[in-house]
Write a new protein. Structure first.
Length: 236
C-alpha cells in the first residue's frame, strides 16, 4: 500500500499545533469538547483490557496522562509517549504513581523493541496517522498474547446521526468562534477537528489492518452513537 508522505507530515504537524497549544488547558477542554463523555469512553476501553498487577502498558498519545490520573489500573505500570513536549511536561508534574516513564515520540515510530508490552492503548491518535503503519507499530511492540485497545472520533451512523453530526460539524466550530477572543488555541482546535473527522478514513481501515497483522479476538464498538469508535484485539 502506498503511503502519502505529504499527508502524513501534514497531519503530524496539525497534531503538534493542536496539542502543543492546548496543553495548559487540555484536561478541561477535553471534558468540554466531549460533553463530559471522555471518561465514559476511557472506562469502556479499559474494560477491554485485562489489567493486572505487574502488567506493562504503553499509552500512545498519553497527553497529560488524564487516563492514568482518573482511573485505577490495578497495578499495571504505564510508559507514556506523546508527540508534544508541552504535554509530557504537564504529565510529569502530576507525578502519578502508575506512570513509570514518559517520553517524546511519534506514534508511527515507537522507540521500543519488539514484544515490549503486555498492553497497548491509544486515545484520539489514529486520525493523525497512516492507519496501516500505525497498527503495525502497535502490534510490533505488543507481546504475544498481549492486548490492545484504541478509540478515536468517527462520523456518526444510525438514526441519531443528524444530531450527532451537528455536534461534530456544527457545535464544535461554533464553540471555536466563541472562544476566539479568549483562547486562540482552543478556537483553532474546535475549528480544525470537524474537518479532520469528516475526511478521516481510519475507522474503515483499522479493523482490516488488525486482521492482516495477525491479531485475533478483534472487536469493534461504536460509542455515544458513533461519535467515537473503539477497537480492541489480542496478538496471537
Amino acid at each position: 500500500m502506498r503511503i502519502d508522505v505529504s499527508e502524513v507530515i501534514a497531519k503530524s504537524g496539525l497534531a503538534r499545533k493542536i496539542f502543543g497549544g492546548l496543553s495548559p488547558s487540555y484536561d478541561s477542554v477535553l471534558d468540554r469538547m466531549t460533553l463530559y463523555q471522555d471518561g465514559t469512553w476511557k472506562r469502556r476501553m479499559l474494560e477491554k483490557l485485562p489489567l493486572e498487577e505487574g502488567a506493562t502498558m504503553l499509552d500512545v498519545g498519553c497527553g497529560t496522562c488524564v487516563l492514568e490520573e482518573r482511573f485505577p489500573l490495578k497495578g499495571s505500570q504505564v510508559i507514556g509517549i506523546d508527540i508534544t513536549s508541552e504535554m509530557i511536561r504537564l504529565a510529569q508534574r502530576k507525578r502519578l504513581s502508575q506512570v513509570s516513564s514518559l517520553g517524546l515520540a511519534d506514534a508511527e515510530h515507537l522507540p521500543f523493541v519488539e514484544a515490549s508490552f503486555d498492553l497497548v492503548l491509544s486515545c484520539y491518535v489514529p486520525k493523525y496517522c497512516d492507519t496501516r503503519h500505525f497498527v503495525k507499530e502497535l502490534v510490533r511492540v505488543l507481546k504475544p498474547g498481549g492486548h490492545l485497545a484504541v478509540y478515536d472520533f468517527t462520523r456518526p451512523q444510525g438514526p441519531f446521526s443528524p444530531l450527532l453530526n451537528y455536534f461534530e460539524m456544527g457545535f464544535m466550530p461554533a464553540l471555536g468562534k466563541l472562544a476566539a477572543p479568549l483562547d486562540a488555541s482552543v478556537s483553532f482546535t474546535f475549528g480544525a477537528l470537524p474537518g479532520l473527522i469528516k475526511t478521516t478514513t481510519w475507522c474503515e481501515e483499522f479493523g482490516n489492518a488488525l486482521d492482516e497483522d495477525g491479531l485475533s479476538e478483534v472487536g469493534r464498538e461504536a460509542l455515544t452513537g458513533g461519535v467515537v469508535t473503539l477497537f480492541w484485539a489480542t496478538k496471537r
